[in-house]
Design a protein around this ligand. Structure first.
Ligand code: AMP
Ligand code: GLY
Length: 419
């Protein structure tokens, strides 16, 4: 079978890496792909919707990575049963956070209390009377950068002005959500669903803040490890109490959700609550999760499309996996590109998933903010962290930045389900 993977990040490299091991896959294309995928996939420099739709005529299956293309309706435009991912309508669960929060409230999934605002005036009246901290979110897509944790009113005014007057997120800031701040351990659960049944992947913990000790601004994610603090039984409850009501709630609106659904969760003193839903695989979560996946990735993907997910089960390698993201200093704001990456050939104990890289002659050059995701496995979480950081130390590029504490807060944690 010929498979097309759409996207160019570490998530897509991990998907390509796993597909390359499948006996069912003869040829992989990546659009546009990146500098690290070239040995596994034919990378074609196409990233516009029209070009992707045309190119899809060459393949049997299209796996879509980025939310933006799902939100723009790429799946709707592909021939029936060729695309893996939710339709534009189903992807609204991520592309419009205010819709998602209303649905979450309607179907009774625990979440932070919230209000939605469409004018600066009404939001300003609200923040005048709020008890801090609060969280301000742009309702539309903002590449993981549209969420602000606010400690006082002057910061709130500044953020509201940025979103609603300066319009730093464009139309994505037309509506904003102001919600209650929740404290606790965060966990991401991602599950395959065909709209009826669910198969969860291993629970994972991302590190969204830029700096060590969870300081600094939110990013797309600076590193992740798996399995995180939920047991299989707890993940089962998450599927029952969070995923199923969400997907059935969407179905009541006449929309069948097919693909993967991602729940960003927080373990509060009042129990698990949902921070957000995403309509795709997480990045970097996918890198460590796929590294531990023993089963063929193509099977659940085809089962989702065919609507018979019930017939599939997944097997996992034992142990833990940790992914450390190497970024260009300045990310998530302005950063430099075009730096040569050295030392990649010395990495033996981990897999390096590329994100913002390109290949120029024999050199790998940086071309984005998140550049590489170094992903290692170990018997314990601590082993996987140590192995990964040891491999990280072999890689270099000018202005390379990475967090030094991925997984370390829970390094002694033992998930009872890990063999
Ligand atoms: P989201 O894109 O909505 O998941 O938000 C990105 C990140 O912001 C989350 O992973 C949390 O770290 C943080 N966050 C979002 N909402 C809240 C909240 N209500 N309370 C505390 N932190 C939050
Ligand atoms: N790592 C967070 C996300 O993929 O949304």
């Amino acid at each position: 079978m010929k498979v097309l993977v759409v996207g160019s990040g570490g998530r897509e490299h991990a998907i390509v890496w796993k597909l390359a091991q499948s006996t069912l896959v003869d040829k992989i294309y990546a659009l546009p792909g990146n500098g690290g995928m070239k040995e596994l996939a034919e990378c074609v420099p196409i990233s516009d919707m029209g070009g992707i739709i045309k190119f899809a005529n060459n393949v049997d299956l299209v796996i879509v990575g980025p939310e933006i293309l799902l939100a723009e309706g790429l799946i709707n435009e592909l021939p029936k049963n060729k695309g893996f991912g939710p339709t534009k309508e189903a992807a609204t669960i991520e592309s419009d956070k205010s819709y998602a929060k209303e649905l979450i409230r309607k179907v009774g999934i625990p979440t932070a209390d919230f209000n939605v605002f469409t004018t600066l005036e009404s939001a300003t009246t609200f923040i005048d009377r709020a008890t801090y901290p609060i969280v301000i979110k742009a309702s539309g897509l903002a590449a993981g950068k549209g969420v602000f944790i606010i400690k006082n009113i002057s910061d709130a005014i500044e953020v509201l002005n940025k979103i609603m007057t300066e319009r730093i997120f464009g139309d994505s800031g037309n509506r904003i959500i102001i919600e209650e701040y929740l404290g606790g351990e965060e966990v991401s659960v991602i599950a395959f669903t065909d709209g009826k049944d669910f198969i969860p992947l291993l629970p994972c913990q991302d590190h969204k803040k830029l700096l060590d000790k969870d300081k600094g601004p939110n990013t797309g994610g600076m590193g992740a490890y798996t399995p995180a603090v939920l047991t299989s039984a707890e993940v089962g409850k998450v599927i029952e109490n969070i995923f199923a009501p969400c997907v059935w709630g969407i179905r009541k609106e006449g929309i069948v959700y097919k693909g993967v659904l991602y729940a960003g969760l927080i373990i509060t003193s009042d129990g698990l609550k949902v921070l957000e839903f995403n309509c795709r695989f997480g990045d970097p979560e996918t890198q460590p999760v796929i590294k531990l996946l023993e089963s063929d990735l193509i099977e659940p993907i085809l089962a989702v499309i065919e609507g018979n997910l019930k017939s599939v089960s997944l097997k996992w390698h034992p142990g833990y996996a940790t992914c450390v993201v190497l970024a260009s200093d300045g990310y998530p704001d302005k950063y430099e590109k075009g730096k040569e990456i050295t030392g990649l050939e010395k990495v033996q104990e981990a897999t390096v998933f590329h994100a913002g890289t390109k290949k120029e002659k024999d050199k790998i050059i940086t071309s984005g903010g998140r550049v590489l995701g170094v992903t290692g496995i170990g018997k314990t979480l601590k082993d996987s962290i140590d192995i990964t950081y040891n491999e990280v130390s072999k890689i270099h590029f000018d202005k390379m930045y990475y967090r030094k504490d991925i997984g370390s807060k829970n390094a002694k944690f033992q998930n009872p389900n890990v063999k």
